[in-house]
Each structure stands twice: as structure tokens, then as C-alpha cells.
Design a protein around this ligand. Structure first.
Ligand code: SF4
Length: 737
């Protein structure tokens, strides 16, 4: 940072690209009439290692969403007489929210109040929201939209390795490995600056295999593209493992020394003959063999998954099957090898670590673990017995609205567009006794609220996020917010005060972070050694990072005397982390599992998984698969990016991508309006013909509300472990609209 720029990070995806902001004339004047977007310049930060200065169009245009003209700048209260949202003062709005939440609790009990958070909230906000729900409201009914993002990968990673960190190694390891299998991930559109890691991999002689029903921009760059039927990635992974065994690629020494459960996983894989897998997936046996040859032919290999295999009703098992492939071949817990998940939302990693998840407490602790409850209750200064137990998962919570959940506080999410079976969810939201929404814009969900609270966002506030590598980063305030908005932390502070908690909910983010560090100490995601100062000086610190010098924050793991690294974590050999004189701070942990996995016995666990069909397969009435995803110039529910002129011009609306053979059967031409109908709803959008998609499948992006909302169609069938809805596959019929 120099005198005129502020180093910060992009507000959007989990790459959390570094950028600097340079306010120019008129910026930061607290509601100046000139839109902030016109006076804040984005400056590259080539020294930041993740994106080395590169930004996609979303990041480059991010200041546009700071503009007061695109924002809410005053609280809104629904007028019971007219039914309209009307401007109001902050005190009146906070009084209303506090009174209605308290009234619901008094009338129906604490679990009648729900809280719904978001994977874009900073670590501090995620922490404060979880604490607010469990302490102030006393409710177990809290979950967040990250459940819709990476929860299957989190569940599978925890089962196999004993902990879940998206990538257990830095992105910088990718170009140095020999082969990457990228399953259901399209970084060329979702996080373009990350594509260079795969480009460099190939420039170094490594191989890229992409598994995706569509020939995406990422698949176009692959050495091998496998296009399975939607929902069959699990069978594909089992077929590869079958060939690994049959062709003698099992690393038996590794399996014996560092894993358990191989016998069951092996026999499950051996039941999946390549010819059977070809029938299930549609991937020809020679392509399956070629994938195994590339994966096992390299000295080091990785499997990286994203939403494709994860957003399924068997997402946990599907990810488990890909992890099995890594374990059987000795490609986990070793340098330049392993399994990782490319998390999606801006704070998708940190958002799941600090207690806004239905079953978790800060530090990525389990809510039903008595020791975890005692530790966190100690930090909060309460009796552990007063903490509620686990609540419902995100979709189950949304489905319960208007039933036994009567009031909802929602922060940083837009489920009217982003939830599965979205029309039904909108109906549930409308049936609430009371809905309060904190947002930066009047999103489709905020429009339904009884009270809307306008809040600050990325460049207007300071806070930390944790990117997909587990690197904790500092987003700094660069400009003043428009007059009339407050931070989410200030909202929670104000509500807590009104509900009898005068202390414990500071509005200052660094104060919240210091408490978060104490609450996380000794947990899986241990942040106790991370400070704002360290993040700033080191451009990010990888968790786990227990505090080692000075006062222990409390409960940190035992530290191995020789390596200075807690037992169970791999030593980091990065010279950048050589701190010289004693006592050194913990260096952070860029690479996990090199010595042992984080399970009680240090061994990784195979998942004994077998293939099963999607919850809803095509039939005579609904004969086509629907799969959904993102496009380059929009982000998630589009609440922010649809307000950016350049992005809107590039991606102005939804479409139905389909193969020309399917279009011919329907009598449809490019641009014709198509109706896509599922058992849950109907969406209408223009046809976009492509030979890059399977002829039995249509694709719709999910960034738009209204008649083109792809999530009106999607299936909320849940994974039994992760409670992830099956966004990525359902059955539809397609007809001319
Ligand atoms: Fe922002 Fe993601 Fe684009 Fe980077 S890749 S600029 S973090 S949206």
C-alpha cells in the first residue's frame, strides 16, 4: 500500500484476489453525490501471490457496487396500512426488529426464531452471527447459504482426513504436480485468474483432465475431457479406481502405513467394471483407461472438485470416491499430491469455520461435543448447558419458515434466487410472521422483508476472509460508506443491546477477531496465532496457526519441540516462514497432512461407497437432465453483479444451453424461447445451441430471478450427511414457450 492506495481483496469469489483501491476526487465523503464507483480506481497488486495482479471483470468493476445509486442507504419498514416498504430511522428499525424477535421467542419459544447467514460474510460477521443466535436469541435454528456451496466436500474431507480445508496445499503447488483431475469445476469462468495455475501445469508438461457434462471453457484447455451424465461422477471415480487396482497402480505401502478401510473400498470399486461404468456414465472405456494412465503415470497427481460432484444428493459419497482414488494411489498427504475442493463463495472457507453452521461452533468445532461447548462457553462467559444444540440445515430451515419457525433474521443471502425449489422457498418466506434482512441492495429477498437494514460492504469496512487455500486475509476499509448505512456488526451490537446483552457484541471488527481467535484456539481451524498485524505484514496466514509466543490464547494443541509445529500438522518448509530469533510465532500451515492426517490415529479413512442414481432421473414425462452453474460475468444470485452495467451487458439474462440434436427434436432454433419444466416449477429463457453439451442434458445459469430463475426447477433432495441439495441434476422437459 502507498499513501494513496489501500490494499484489499475482491468482494466476490473464494480466490479473494488481491487488489488496491485508490479513491480519487470526492470519494469517501460520506454520501457524496458523485457515485463512489466513478471515483474509486482499482489498482493491480502484482505482489499478492494468489492472483499476481490479475483480476476478472467482476473484480475490476467491483467498485460499481459501492455507488450510493445502486445501494440501500436508509432502513426500510413495511407500513402495515399500505403494505409498502417505507424509509425509517435506524433506532426505530432496530427497535422493531428486536421487539419482533423477542415477541416471537416469548410466544413460541427460542427455536421459533431463525437466523440465516452467508458464505460471503467476513469471519468476524460469521462469528458474531453464530454467537448472537445461540446466546442472545437462544435458538438452534441457524444455518447459512454455504450449506449450498461446499458442504459435501467438507463432510467428505472431514470423514477422510479428520478436517476440512478446501485446499490442503497452496494453489502454487498445482503447476508443479504432474496431473490434475478437475471434477465439475470451471475456473475459466468462475475464477479466471486461477486458470493460469492449470495453464502453467500444462506448460510444465503436466496433464489436465476435466470431468464435466459440458465442454466448458476450462474443458477446452484440457488434455482429456470426460463428459459423464449428470449425477454419475461417483460411478466414474469408482471405475477409475477399479482400473487402478486391475492395472496394478495401488500404492500398497502408502495404503498400509497411512490409511484404513481399504478392503471395503476396494471391493466396492471392483464391483464397478469399466463396461458397467460406461453404461452408467456414458464415458467410453478407452477414455476411462486414458484418464487412469495420465493420473497414475505422473509422479504426483491431484484431484480437485467443485460444485459439480458436490451439489448432489450423494455429494459426500461422490467426493469420498475421488478421495479414495487419491488414497489408493498414494496421492494424498505427500508433497504436490492430494485432494482439494475449490470453494466458491468469497468467504466460503472462513464462513464455515466460525459458528454460523447449524452443527458447529467457532474453531470448526462440533456443537454436540461437550469439550467444544465448554471451551466456547468459557470464552463467551456462559454456562455450556445454556447453549442450544444442533439445528436444521439451510434448506430444511427455509422449508420450516412459517411453520414452527415464525421469524427470521437474514444476513448476506438471497434465497429467493439461490435456494433450490426457489418458488416454494419464496412462499415460505412470505408466510413468516416477521422477516428482517440486512443487505447492501434491495435484493429479491429483501423486497419481502418487514424490515430492511442497509449495511456496509467490502471496501467500506475492515474484516478478514479465508480463501480457498485456508489463507486468512485482511480486507481493509478504503472508502467511507454512504451516509445512512451501518455495518452488520453494528446491527448485531444494536440488537444485542436491545435484547439485554450490553456487552459481548462489539462493532469493532478487530475486537471481534481477537475474541474469535480465543474461541478458535485448540479447534480444528485454529486462528489464535493470527493477528491483523501479521496478516498485513505477511499478506495472509494459513490456518491452523496456534499462538505460540507469549500468553497462550488457550487450549492450543501440543507443539512438537523440533519442528515448532503442533502435533498432527505438517512442518512448512517455506523459507518465507523463517522467523529467525526465538520465540517465533507459529508460521501458519500452508500444507497439511504431510506427516499424518488429522484423524485420532493419524490415518486417512477410505469411504466404502457405491454408485446410486440421482434422486430424480429422466423418465417419459421429464426426459432430459437439467444441470445448472455460473457464467463469467455474473456472480451467485446476481444481486450485486446484475447492477453493474458492464457485467450486465456481457451477461444480460438467463439462457437454456442445449445440443443441436435436442433442439432439432424440439423444433427449436437458436434464440427461441424455451420453457424448461420440472416437477417443482417452470423457467423460460432463450435457447443457446452448443455442440459442447451432452444431447440428453440442458444447462441453465442461476443468476436471475423471475421467469428465468433456474432454481425454480432444482431439486431439494438432500445428501444424508452434508444436507446439500441436489442442485446439479434433476429431470425436466423442454418445450417451445
Ligand atoms: Fe474477484 Fe474471483 Fe474475479 Fe478474483 S476471480 S477478481 S476474487 S471474482
Amino acid at each position: 500500500m502507498n499513501a494513496t492506495t489501500t490494499d484489499t481483496h475482491c468482494p466476490y469469489c473464494a480466490l479473494q484476489c488481491g487488489m488496491a483501491l485508490r479513491p480519487t476526487v470526492g470519494a469517501g465523503s460520506g454520501g457524496a453525490p458523485t457515485p463512489v464507483a466513478e471515483v474509486v480506481e482499482v489498482v493491480e497488486r502484482p505482489a499478492f501471490p494468489v492472483n499476481r495482479g490479475a483480476l476478472c471483470g467482476k473484480g475490476r468493476t467491483a467498485p460499481d457496487v459501492l455507488s450510493p445509486s445502486a445501494r440501500l442507504t436508509t432502513p426500510l419498514l413495511r407500513d402495515p396500512a399500505t403494505g409498502r416498504l417505507e424509509p425509517a430511522g435506524w433506532e426505530e428499525a432496530l427497535d422493531r426488529v428486536a421487539a419482533r424477535l423477542a415477541g416471537t421467542r416469548a410466544a413460541h419459544g427460542p427455536d421459533a426464531v431463525g437466523v440465516f447467514g452467508g458464505g460471503g460474510l467476513t469471519n468476524e460477521k460469521a462469528y458474531a452471527l453464530g454467537k448472537f443466535a445461540r446466546l442472545v436469541l437462544g435458538t438452534s435454528q441457524i444455518d447459512y447459504n454455504g450449506r449450498f456451496c461446499m458442504s459435501s466436500a467438507a463432510a467428505a474431507g472431514t470423514k477422510a482426513f479428520g478436517l476440512d480445508r478446501g485446499l490442503p496445499f497452496p494453489l502454487a503447488d498445482i503447476p508443479r504436480t504432474g496431473c490434475v483431475v478437475l471434477v465439475g469445476s470451471n475456473p475459466a469462468e468462475t475464477m479466471p485468474p486461477a486458470l493460469r495455475y492449470f495453464t502453467e501445469l500444462r506448460e510444465n508438461g503436466g496433464k489436465l483432465i476435466v470431468v464435466d457434462p459440458r465442454r466448458t471453457r476450462t474443458a477446452e484447455q484440457a488434455d482429456l475431457h470426460l463428459a459423464p451424465r449428470p449425477g454419475t461422477d461417483l460411478a466414474l471415480a469408482l471405475g477409475m479406481l477399479h482400473l487402478v487396482v486391475a492395472e496394478g497402480h495401488v500404492d500398497q505401502d502408502f495404503v498400509d502405513a497411512r490409511t484404513s478401510g481399504w478392503a471395503e473400498a476396494r471391493s466396492a470399486a471392483m464391483a464397478h467394471w469399466p463396461e458397467l461404468v460406461e453404461r452408467v456414465t456414458g464415458v467410453p472405456v478407452p477414455e476411462l483407461r486414458e484418464a487412469v494412465r495420465l493420473f497414475c503415470g505422473a509422479e504426483h497427481s491431484m484431484v480437485l472438485t467443485a460444485r459439480g460432484p458436490e451439489q448432489q444428493s450423494k455429494g459426500t459419497d461422490t467426493v469420498g470416491a475421488w478421495i479414495n482414488l487419491c488414497l489408493a494411489t498414494g496421492r494424498a498427504g505427500r508433497p504436490l499430491s492430494g485432494y482439494g475442493c475449490l470453494t466458491g463463495q468469497g468467504n466460503g472457507q472462513g464462513g464455515r469455520e466460525h459458528g454460523q453452521k447449524a452443527d458447529q461452533l467457532p474453531g470448526y468445532r462440533k456443537l454436540d461435543d461437550p469439550a467444544a461447548r465448554a471451551h466456547v462457553a468459557g470464552v463467551w462467559g456462559v454456562d455450556p448447558d445454556t447453549l442450544p444444540g444442533p439445528g436444521r440445515s439451510a434448506y430444511e430451515l427455509l422449508d420450516a419458515l412459517g411453520g414452527d419457525v415464525r421469524s427470521l433474521l437474514l444476513m448476506g443471502s438471497n434465497p429467493v434466487v439461490s435456494a433450490p425449489r426457489a418458488t416454494h422457498v419464496e412462499g415460505r418466506l412470505r408466510s413468516l410472521d416477521f422477516l428482517a434482512v440486512c443487505d447492501v441492495v434491495l435484493s429479491e429477498t429483501a423486497r419481502l422483508a418487514d424490515v430492511v437494514l442497509p449495511v456496509t460492504q467490502w471496501a467500506e469496512e475492515t474484516g478478514t476472509t479465508t480463501n480457498l487455500e485456508g489463507r486468512v486475509l485482511l480486507r481493509r476499509k478504503a472508502v467511507d460508506p454512504p451516509r445512512g448505512v451501518r455495518s452488520d456488526l453494528a446491527v448485531l451490537h444494536g440488537l444485542a443491546e436491545r435484547l439485554g446483552w450490553e456487552k459481548g457484541f462489539p462493532a469493532d471488527p478487530e475486537e471481534v477477531f481477537d475474541e474469535l481467535r480465543r474461541a478458535s484456539a485448540g479447534g480444528v481451524a485454529d486462528y489464535s496465532g493470527i493477528t491483523y498485524r501479521r496478516i498485513a505484514e505477511e499478506d495472509g496466514v494459513f490456518w491452523p496457526c496456534p499462538e505460540l509466543d507469549g500468553d497462550q490464547v488457550g487450549g492450543a494443541p501440543e507443539v512438537d519441540g523440533e519442528s515448532g509445529v503442533p502435533e498432527g500438522w505438517a512442518a512448512d518448509e517455506d523459507p518465507a516462514n523463517d522467523y529467525g530469533a526465538s520465540p517465533p510465532p507459529h508460521p501458519g500451515t500452508p500444507r497439511l497432512f504431510l506427516d499424518r492426517f488429522a484423524t485420532p490415529d493419524g490415518r486417512a479413512r477410505f469411504a466404502p461407497v457405491t454408485h446410486r442414481p440421482a434422486a430424480e432421473e429422466p423418465d417419459d414425462e421429464y426426459p432430459v437432465y437439467l444441470t445448472t452453474g455460473r457464467v463469467l460475468s455474473q456472480y451467485q444470485s446476481g444481486a450485486q453483479t446484475r447492477r453493474v452495467a458492464e457485467l450486465n451487458a456481457a451477461a444480460p439474462g438467463p439462457f437454456v444451453e442445449l445440443h443441436p440434436r435436442l433442439a432439432e427434436r424440439l423444433g427449436a432454433a437458436d434464440g427461441d424461447r424455451l420453457a424448461v419444466v420440472s416437477r417443482r416449477g417452470r423457467a423460460v429463457a432463450p435457447a443457446r445451441l452448443s455442440t459442447g453439451i451432452r444431447a440428453d442434458t440442458v444447462f441453465m445459469p442461476f443468476h436471475w430471478p423471475g421467469e428465468g430463475n433456474a432454481n425454480a426447477l432444482t431439486n431439494p433432495a438432500l445428501d444424508p450427511t452434508s444436507r446439500m441439495p441436489e442442485f446439479k441434476v434433476c429431470a425436466v422437459r423442454v418445450e417451445l414457450a
